[in-house]
Write a protein that binds this ligand. Structure first.
Ligand SMILES: [Zn+2]
Length: 309
């Protein structure tokens, strides 16, 4: 069963077969029912109360969002309605521009992604990831000339026809693992995290590694713990900026901790009863709290806590 994780859309049709059909794309962009997800930099436009925000979609035929240097990138169809990215990068000062302030506020998903309706969060995450790709791949890595978006933003191709290199959005696979030993879980904290936040261990997969060998290496490097059994749990798109999180559970074979100061400023075993007692603290509350609810890290911890009788 696929878990109900943040940033996964329950019903998005990516219409891969229509992306090369320029007439179909043009028709969608001329249809007032088509929805645009306004993005500026790494932020998306939201409206509604702070505790229950929602995406402030635009219509494809609205003029207020238009003016970007490139055509909108297609996200897909939801219930037959096309959704595209509206890049607001051309708006100089969004804090005072009435095109923005009249409709909502620009916010980073990391600040509120878990509060959005599930479909909105997924579209916002996909829009943010696509925005990042198109920004990072503006020039050809082979010859240095500009690239151009093709197939409604699915990829980019070098503008020099003799070169013709095509690049697709890149994903960085990262493993994330809840290590347990009986009634205790291994949690750590990185210096860059919000003060007090503790979470499971994670790391990026290196060339030549399997996911399992990466997990064993990361846990050994960061905490000095050797693992026994490793079990895949779920995956989650994590567009900060371009990761794919691959979540695992693992049983510890050893429990002595040898923390790597360069990687973590804390790593320790925490009793399930203690984590149960603080699990409802909000991010920033108290001197020990768990990651926000949009992360697969939090989902891993919650699943383990819920297993207690
Ligand atoms: Zn090139």
């Amino acid at each position: 069963m696929t878990p109900d994780l943040c940033y996964l859309h329950p019903a998005l049709d990516r219409v891969s077969e229509r992306r090369t059909d320029a007439a179909w794309i043009a028709d969608r962009l001329a249809d007032p029912a088509t929805r645009m997800v306004p993005v500026r930099g790494s932020r998306v436009l939201v409206a509604g109360p702070p505790a229950a925000p929602y995406l402030a979609y635009a219509s494809a035929t609205d003029d207020w969002w238009q003016g970007a240097a490139e055509p909108p990138h297609l996200l897909g169809l939801v219930d037959g309605v096309a959704h595209f990215v509206a890049d607001l990068q051309h708006i100089d000062d969004p804090r005072s521009d009435p095109r923005i302030t009249a409709r909502g506020r620009l916010m980073d998903l990391r600040e509120m992604g878990w509060l959005l309706p599930r479909g909105d969060g997924a579209l916002a995450a996909q829009a943010r990831a696509l925005w990042w790709f198109h920004r990072q791949a503006r020039f050809c890595g082979a010859c240095g000339r500009p690239t151009l978006p093709v197939e409604a933003g699915t990829s980019r191709r070098c503008s020099d026809e003799t070169c013709g290199v095509q690049v697709f959005p890149r994903l960085d696979p990262a493993v994330i693992v809840l290590v347990t030993h009986g009634e205790r879980a291994l949690l750590g904290r990185q210096k860059v995290w919000p003060k007090g936040m503790h979470s499971v261990l994670a790391g990026f997969v290196e060339p030549g590694e399997s996911l399992e060998s990466c997990i064993r290496r990361e846990v050994r490097e960061e905490a000095g713990v050797t693992l026994a059994d490793i079990r895949y749990q779920a995956s989650q798109p994590w567009p900060f900026p371009q990761s794919l999180m691959l979540a695992y559970r693992a049983d510890a074979a050893t429990t002595d901790i040898a923390r790597n100061d360069a990687e973590l400023e804390d790593a320790d075993w925490y009793e399930r009863a203690f984590l149960q007692s603080i699990r409802h603290r909000r991010p920033g509350e108290g001197d020990f709290f768990l990651p926000a609810g949009h992360s697969v890290a939090r989902w891993l911890i919650d699943c383990w806590l819920d297993e207690a009788g």
